[in-house]
Write a protein that binds this ligand. Structure first.
Ligand SMILES: Cc1ncc(COP(=O)(O)O)c(C=O)c1O
Length: 499
């Protein structure tokens, strides 16, 4: 052949070894490699390692969207190189963001006149949205107190102990004390009465959750509003409410339109929602909407003269991708109210089917509620022999990712498994999951029996008395229980890490 030896040796693209010779060496982990490698090899190496990640579609731990229509995927890919912050260069993208803000504000019943522009902004997720809303409350409270000559060094925020970790982050990063209403057995959301009792003159806001991360339950924002209004009247304070509607903000307006939780309630001054949860966009978009201009202190808005135009910004970061904003607009106009309603109803129906299947096993208590985020949270009726963490671990073998976690104080003795129902979780998958849970239960039931059978066999061989054998089996069971208890205790810290 005409090919020279030198050419065939140097051209890695025709190397016959799988993914070229580069997979024969250890992959760089700490230092950037000295030399370049061919793009095909880089792709293959990274793609292969990523195969070991879980399958996002089977990740039932997350509220975050894992499926979108191919047309929207295309729009997102087409915009992958657009920096959102270059508003002057990409004015249409900015306009799409503004349209999303208006549509979401209207969905949340913001008191806007026809064609009045809403006050809000797209963020990276609910966490950033909550930081911004929290800062607005803190600043508003400080301004008022300063004007009245009162101290401003001890701001606090009242929430339920079931808040997602982003509230703890807000409190720590922005130096606000987090006053948490404790949960109790069978009551896993913030009790509005206890919350209002905890409010004092230093409370910058009470944060209610529409769709608790732990069991999907909606907190009673209407009752909170009414109790707080009475307290404000009595004390002369004007403590406001923020609603963390990370999940519920794109559920309640469609399937529970009568439920009053949003700007219909006068004390609700801001609301956050995750576009990437039931807003049906891939990870990377959230929204915060304020009731009116007065609720967003002007000093939090930066006006920067960048690339030749005045750009008002009130986000924590600067550069970010545009794709998620574009995708959110796509979903809003593609689905419309009708489409979102259909999808949320379907999710809710699938949640009921899964719940019924889980209940039928006779082994679980259902912790989630019929009205709330479409999810099923459940815990074993008896976890003295086997516990929820084992079920979670064993379901992994079938490909399912179902988290187990303990509830926050004072319900930390309750351990929960949670399955989030997203748009792409079909009825067939629900049936399949129930069947696999049943298999796991049978397998677990057999485990101590198998272990004690082994012990019995060993005892018979060396002729030990029946009485001794019974005692050993009991001891063994207690030992197993204490190992599980330790296992649960070690995992307690993770409770608020679920998203
Ligand atoms: C109630 C609640 N608030 C806030 C968040 C944080 O949202 P994000 O992941 O969009 O930052 C979550 C996440 O699951 C949540 O459930």
């Amino acid at each position: 052949m005409a090919l020279s030896k030198a050419a065939s040796e140097s051209d890695a693209s025709i190397h016959s070894t799988f993914a070229s010779r580069y997979v024969r060496v250890c992959l760089p982990r700490f230092k950037m490699p000295e030399n370049s490698i061919p793009k095909e090899a880089a792709y293959q190496i990274i793609n292969d390692e990523l195969m070991l990640d879980g399958n996002p579609r089977l990740n039932l731990a997350s509220f975050v969207t894992t499926w979108m229509e191919p047309e929207c995927d295309k729009l997102m890919m087409d915009a992958i190189n657009k920096n959102y912050v270059d508003m002057d260069e990409y004015p249409v993208t900015t306009e799409l963001q503004n349209r999303c803000v208006n549509m979401i504000a209207n969905l949340f019943n913001a008191p806007l006149k026809d064609s009045e522009v809403a006050v809000g902004v797209g963020t990276v997720g609910s966490s950033e949205a909550i930081m911004l809303a929290g800062l607005a409350f803190k600043r508003r409270w400080q301004n008022k107190r300063r004007a009245a000559g009162l101290p401003i060094d001890k701001p606090n925020i009242v929430t339920g102990a079931n808040v997602q970790v982003c509230w703890e982050k807000f409190a720590r990063y922005f130096e606000v004390e987090l006053k948490e209403v404790k949960l109790s057995d069978g009551y896993y959301v913030m009790d509005p009465e206890k919350a209002v009792e905890m409010v004092d003159e230093n409370t910058i806001c009470v944060a209610a959750i529409l769709g608790s991360t732990l069991n999907g339950e909606f907190e009673d924002v209407k009752l909170l509003n009414d109790l707080l209004e009475a307290k404000n009247k009595e004390t002369g304070w004007d403590t406001p409410i923020h609603v963390d509607a990370a999940s519920g903000g794109f559920i309640a307006p469609f399937i529970y339109p009568e439920l009053e939780w949003d700007f219909r309630l006068p004390l609700v001054k801001s609301i956050n929602v995750s576009g990437h949860k039931y807003g049906l966009v891939y990870a990377g978009v959230g929204w915060v909407i304020w009731r009116s201009k007065e609720d967003l202190p002007e000093e939090l808005i930066f006006h920067i003269n960048y690339l030749g135009a005045d750009q008002p910004t009130f986000t924590l970061n600067f550069s970010k991708g545009s794709s998620q904003i574009i995708a959110q607009y796509y979903q809003l106009i593609r689905l419309g109210f009708e489409g979102y309603k259909n999808i949320m109803e379907n999710c809710q129906e699938n949640a009921v089917i899964l719940k019924n299947g889980i209940e039928k096993t006779g082994r679980f208590n259902i912790i989630s509620k019929d009205i709330g985020v479409p999810l099923v949270a459940f815990s074993l009726k008896d976890n003295s022999i086997h516990n929820e963490f084992e079920i979670s671990d064993m379901l992994r073998r079938f490909g399912w990712i179902v988290p187990a976690y303990t509830m926050p104080p004072d319900a930390q003795h309750v351990t929960v498994l949670r399955v989030v129902i997203r748009e792409d979780f079909s009825r067939t998958l629900a049936d399949r999951l129930v069947a696999d849970i049943q298999k796991v239960l049978s397998e677990l039931d057999a485990q101590p029996a198998r272990a004690s059978a082994k012990l019995n066999a060993a005892n018979s061989e060396d002729g030990t008395q029946q009485m001794t054998r019974k005692k050993s089996a009991l001891e063994m069971q207690m030992e197993v229980c204490s190992v599980w208890k330790k296992f649960v205790d070690e995992r307690k810290l993770k409770t608020n890490g679920v998203c």
